[in-house]
Design a binder for this molecule. Structure first.
Ligand code: CP
Ligand code: NVA
Length: 314
């Protein structure tokens, strides 16, 4: 079966070009409209299948609540309890699920598996994190920046401190798309993939965003408007625990690093946090952490994403 021409996937945050700015506004509108009931039937009658190969607290819950709030329904599918876990192919799974549901959310170990599912599904497929990207997270993060900066991204600088991983990849592309400057500090051996950087640089030339790279956290954090970090050891990287802990020592958001940033700077973390590694308790529990708003915004961002992909614009 070939893909329907109208279906729209979200495998990379770059798939949201050119309507990412509009999506952030919509996420904020949906946040303001929560509990008013005006959106209660927006996705009425629609069903979402959600395959999670890895654990999740925020992504799973926010998608389920988003579907409920919009009048639809979400079904959590664990590969261990699916025939997928016994060898049914991704292609066959995609073809069958497409006959039941209106969209498929997939948290995968391998980006190739996500692409394979999207290739065979005739309904939209949404990346709920893989080894390459975490686009839905970054839609929520940009929504948080939009809230904090009142939609004015020009000249704002975010500093990312840590691993050049899935979150960093989507952040690079997302910031470049909407015009937020991003200063990245990663150890030399853990830089983001060159093909992602190259693509982000193309977007940045269009939006005017400045992307800079260093291996010195203080350089990136200096006079930044916000700091962002993620775990040193992502899901799937557990075998590299020791070398990673050694390489990332010093790539921590703590009071001293925060003091490098502007006095009104705030701190983001996609969570879950490994307290005492990439971020200290003092910062995470302190008044400059925007992480709880950021986590809440996953819900509003998911709604905007689901509406756009499952219903289309308008
Ligand atoms: N930030 C994030 O994706 O969290 P979960 O792994 O809990 O979904
Ligand atoms: N980079 C982390 C993000 C978790 C939400 C991981 O992939 O585990």
């Amino acid at each position: 079966m070939t893909a329907t021409p109208t279906k729209r996937d979200l495998l990379s945050i770059a798939d949201l070009e050119p309507d990412l700015p509009e999506l952030l506004l919509r996420a904020r509108e949906m946040k303001a409209a929560r509990r008013t009931g005006v959106l209660a039937h927006r996705l009425a009658g629609l069903n979402l299948g959600m395959i999670f190969e890895k654990p999740s607290t925020r992504t799973r819950t926010s998608f389920e609540v988003a579907m409920n709030d919009l009048g639809g329904h979400a079904i959590y599918l664990s590969p261990k309890e699916m025939q997928l876990g016994r060898g049914e192919t991704i292609a066959d799974t995609a073809r069958v699920l497409s006959r039941f549901v209106d969209g498929i959310v997939y948290r995968a170990y391998r980006h190739e598996d996500l692409a394979e599912l999207a290739r065979w599904a005739t309904v939209p497929v949404i990346n709920a994190l893989d080894d390459l990207e975490h686009p839905c997270q970054i839609v929520a993060d940009l929504t948080t920046l939009h809230e904090r900066w009142n939609g004015d991204f020009a000249g704002r600088r975010l500093a990312y401190i840590g691993d050049g991983n899935n979150v960093h990849h989507s952040l690079l592309l997302g910031c470049a798309l909407v015009g937020v400057d991003l200063a990245s500090a990663t150890p030399k051996a853990y830089r983001p993939r060159p093909e992602i950087v190259a693509r982000a640089e193309v977007f940045a030339r269009r939006s005017g965003a400045k992307l800079t790279f260093t291996d010195v956290p203080r350089e990136a954090a200096h006079e930044a408007d916000a700091l962002y970090t993620d775990v040193w050891i992502s899901m799937g990287d557990e075998a590299e625990k020791e070398p990673r802990e050694a390489a990332f020592r010093g790539y921590q958001i703590n009071a001293a690093l925060l003091a490098e940033a502007r006095p009104d700077a705030f701190v983001l973390h996609d969570l879950p946090a490994h307290r005492g590694q990439e971020i200290t308790d003092e910062v995470l529990d302190g008044p400059r952490a925007a992480v709880w708003d950021q986590a809440e915004n996953r819900l509003h961002a998911q709604k905007a994403i689901l509406e756009r992909l499952l219903r289309g614009p308008g």
